[in-house]
Design a protein around this ligand. Structure first.
Ligand code: ADP
Length: 513
């Protein structure tokens, strides 16, 4: 689930972000690798310093035993003073370990004790960190135990020294039996301490080897992770890019072969996804234009042919010297020719109007109330002749192209008056609704209405539901309306009932971009 989300997220971010993410992950892993290396070296230097310290400690211990033996023979108190000084090394170590055992150890106290016990100040924090953070590791735990065992023996050594010092102070010299007993005791202590010292060094050595292995394994694992994740991220990035681009190439080849029914699959929301979407929009646009061009060709060959045929036929009779037509027939023929010519002119003019929609696409605020008054004025003759009533009020100011909007409402209102049952008064009203993101206008009439099956067809060029004797027209008005509406990125549709009337819904987005 989580991986799925990460995949989707990665697919949909921009290519720049993908690259940044990949580099960021690699950099982070390298930082982790360096930190691990630094940490490992720090621990290793701590182990080295601890082993070194063990050397200092055992040397002090040996010196303490030696000076005590010398003291036994010489009874020179300076030997005893040296003995006490040598014991101090152990005292400092003890102080440090005691502080470490506390619930909240004070690092300053520990640091001071460790340095006084003979550790170089630069190594002190590394030694402390081993016992501070890694006390749970078996090797560290074992070396601590060894220290406390040795400490008990050191206490015994101190007791022997104290007792001997009291004896010498009292009797000024030890006899040979006392010296012999003392030497036996010291010999035994020394033997036990030497064993513990060797054990301590071995444990530290083992722990160093263990850390070595651990560090190598860790570094290897992290390096492998860096490599694998880098390769995977780079692969996923390049595969995503080439997959998207190949798809656009595949589709563009099909389009070049004239196939407009194809669509580029959009795999991501990055720049390539945006490219695929724009490419699909472009195919739609080209497809649409292509369809329009085909329609134009069809119209040119059929609709324009029709008046031309009429002209040619009647003209042939008029030109024929052997024609048996009388003057009345010839007059009728001339009237047909004249009507066909006018129709042809109208068809050509409407076609030109249709092709010109959108040439001047400048969008500006338009006062729709004033615009509608202009439309009504321009339709004055038609309105008066049909005795129609056109009503509208409180229309807003919208962003749009004024001339095209005039043409749009002129067509819709003119149709609303025209397509009316003979003898019935046309009542046309324009309503406005503010639909948050859209302006919605409805041109409503009480005319003949449109059959449900024809409601989409009427928006195509030259599609008419009646012949021109019934209702004059060329069938291009609504196609012009649709083109104007698509120029405004809006929508136009009709809701109608035969015999009741029609409502043409115009929806224009408030933001045109
Ligand atoms: P024209 O008006 O020149 O016929 P249009 O493209 O404006 O061409 O209209 C196409 C067809 O749609 C019309 O011929 C008519 O049949 C139908 N139509 C358009 N508006 C209306 C309307 N208000 N009421 C009924 N039918 C309509």
């Amino acid at each position: 689930m989580f991986q799925f989300r990460i995949n989707t997220w990665f697919r949909n971010i921009s290519i720049r972000k993908k690259l940044n993410f990949t580099i960021g992950i690699m950099a982070m892993l390298i930082v982790v690798e360096l930190l691990t290396l630094w940490g490992s070296l720090h621990i290793l230097s701590g182990v080295r310093a601890a082993v070194q310290q063990e050397g200092v400690w055992s040397k002090a211990q040996k010196n303490a035993v030696n000076t005590l033996q010398q003291y036994a023979y010489s009874s020179d108190t300076s030997n005893y003073t040296h003995f006490i000084t040598f014991l101090e090394i152990n005292e400092w170590d003890k102080k440090a370990f005691k502080e470490l055992e506390k619930e909240k150890p004070n690092r300053v106290i520990i640091h001071e004790a460790v340095v006084n016990s003979g550790v170089h100040p630069k190594d002190a924090s590394a030694v402390i960190d081993i016992f501070y953070y890694f006390g749970f590791i078996s090797y560290v735990e074992k070396s601590l135990n060894i220290f406390w065992q040795a400490d008990e023996l050191m206490l015994e050594l101190r007791d022997i020294g104290t007792e001997m010092h009291a004896n010498i102070t009292q009797n000024s010299k030890l006899n040979s039996t006392e010296i012999s007993i003392l030497f036996d005791k010291l010999g035994e202590l020394n033997k036990q301490l030497s064993l513990l010292e060797a054990d301590f060094s071995n444990t530290m050595g083992e722990s160093a080897r263990w850390i070595d292995d651990l560090v190598l394994t860790l570094l290897f694992a992290i390096a492998l992770t860096v490599e694998i994740s880098g390769v995977l991220l780079a692969m996923s990035l390049s595969r995503g890019i080439s997959k998207g681009i190949n798809e656009v190439i595949r589709v563009s080849k099909k389009v070049a072969q004239g196939n407009f029914d194809v669509k580029a699959e959009v795999y991501s929301k990055d720049e390539i996804g945006v490219l695929a979407n724009s490419f699909n929009d472009m195919i739609n646009e080209v497809h649409h234009i292509n369809k329009e061009l085909k329609q134009f060709a069809y119209i040119a060959s059929h609709d324009l042919q029709e008046p031309l045929n009429t002209i040619a036929t009647f003209n042939a009779h008029l030109q024929d010297p052997n024609s048996d037509w009388d003057e009345a027939k010839k007059l009728k023929a001339r009237q047909f020719i004249s009507k066909a010519t006018i129709r042809m002119q109208k068809l050509i003019k409407d076609l030109m109007d249709f092709s010109r929609v959108g040439r001047n696409a400048e969008m500006k605020p338009v006062n729709m109330q004033k615009l509608m008054q202009t439309v009504v004025e321009q339709l004055h003759d038609q309105i008066t002749e049909a005795q129609a009533v056109v009503s509208f009020e409180n229309l807003p100011i919208i962003n749009g192209n004024k001339l095209e909007l005039i043409r749009l409402f002129q067509n819709l209102i003119s149709n609303a008056i025209k397509f009316q049952t003979k003898g019935k008064q046309s009542l046309v009203s324009i309503h406005y609704t503010d639909n948050l993101e859209h302006h919605e206008f409805v041109v409503k009439d009480n005319g003949i209405g449109i059959n449900k099956d024809q409601q989409e067809r009427i928006f195509e060029v030259f599609q008419r539901l009646h012949n021109s004797n019934e209702y004059p027209g060329t069938g291009i008005g609504l196609a012009i309306c649709r083109k104007i509406i698509s120029l405004h990125k809006g929508k136009l549709h009709v809701v109608s009932k035969e015999g009741i009337g029609s409502e043409f819904h115009v929806s224009i987005p408030k933001k045109l971009m």
